[in-house]
Design a protein around this ligand. Structure first.
Ligand SMILES: NC(=O)c1ccc[n+]([C@@H]2O[C@H](COP(=O)([O-])OP(=O)(O)OC[C@H]3O[C@@H](n4cnc5c(N)ncnc54)[C@H](O)[C@@H]3O)[C@@H](O)[C@H]2O)c1
Length: 251
């Protein structure tokens, strides 16, 4: 098992990429703190893991609050004596709106979850990992690099995740903490339900992947598990695409 005796916090672990990764981390031997805002889905992930023999604890966490993120990290340290892996993954979409009409409030909401949530996670986890080292992985998006219409707050937040990843990797290298980001393409999760419910829209967006199909949460979980493991011991400060080439070719 690749993560035996490791302790991990996964934010947004109640659904999609976060849930799939929490399940994979636990299957590889890690003890997982399921840090999720939604109590029902967070508890469900905890149960899915414990019922199959893994170790998980749900801690209700709103990543827009530094104290809440710090609390999730504290639970990991109190329960297991350390934190080895932080997956800053919780994220939210944005109501499609032109920059001309986007309200400051809507802009701030996306930034609060997708950007501040990641900053809080890096800060709290980095302090907890200072003695023994560790791994931090942040969920960006191919939308950090390519633009779609009417999504300025989402693009801004994911661009910030990429820059924060590189900056934090510099600051934390002296503590033997690796910091990487992932950039998923279209993955079939709760965040894309609106698109999924409109067949023509879905078909058009799926065509942006080289093999014309959306990915599944576990496609991303496999990459995150690799990055969290010692197999990735020399991988640091980079963004790792998991997009079936969507960001690589001209449409
Ligand atoms: N699905 C895609 O196509 C795709 C592509 C690129 C990047 N991403 C990113 O992947 C990450 C995971 O999203 P997903 O696709 O699994 O969607 P999802 O909606 O299935 O999961 C997101 C989870 O985050 C939780 N969450 C939302 N706000 C929170 C908060 N304030 N505090 C704690 N938890 C909160 C939600 O309750 C949910 O469980 C996000 O950062 C998203 O931006 C997704």
């Amino acid at each position: 098992m690749k993560l035996e005796h490791k302790v991990a916090v996964v934010t947004g672990a109640g659904s999609g990429i976060g849930r799939a990764t929490a399940i994979r981390f636990a299957a590889e031997g890690a003890s997982v703190i399921v840090a999720e805002l939604n109590e029902r889905s967070g508890k469900e992930t905890e149960e899915l893991i414990t019922e199959s023999g893994g170790k998980a604890t749900f801690v209700q966490t709103d990543v827009t609050s530094f104290d809440a993120v710090q609390n999730a990290v504290n639970v990991a340290v109190e329960q297991h004596g350390k934190l080895d892996i932080m997956f800053n993954n919780a994220g939210t979409g944005t109501k499609p709106t032109s920059v001309l009409d986007m309200s400051i409030e809507d802009y701030d909401k996306t930034i609060a979850v997708n950007q501040y949530g990641v900053f809080f996670g890096i800060k709290a986890a980095g302090n907890a990992m200072k003695e023994d080292g560790g791994v931090i992985i942040n969920t960006a998006s191919i939308y950090a690099f390519i633009a779609d219409r009417n999504r300025i707050s989402y693009h801004a937040s994911k661009g910030a995740v990429v820059s924060m990843t590189k900056s934090a990797a510099f600051d934390l290298a002296k503590y033997n903490i690796r910091v990487n980001a992932i950039a998923p393409g279209l993955i079939e999760t709760g965040i894309v339900t609106d698109w999924r419910n409109q067949p023509e829209v879905w078909e058009q967006i799926e065509r942006a992947q080289m093999r014309r199909k959306a990915g599944q949460p576990d496609d991303v979980a496999k990459l995150v598990t690799f990055l969290a493991s010692d197999d990735a011991s020399f991988l640091n400060a980079h963004v790792h695409y998991v997009d079936d080439g969507a960001a690589a070719f001209k449409r």
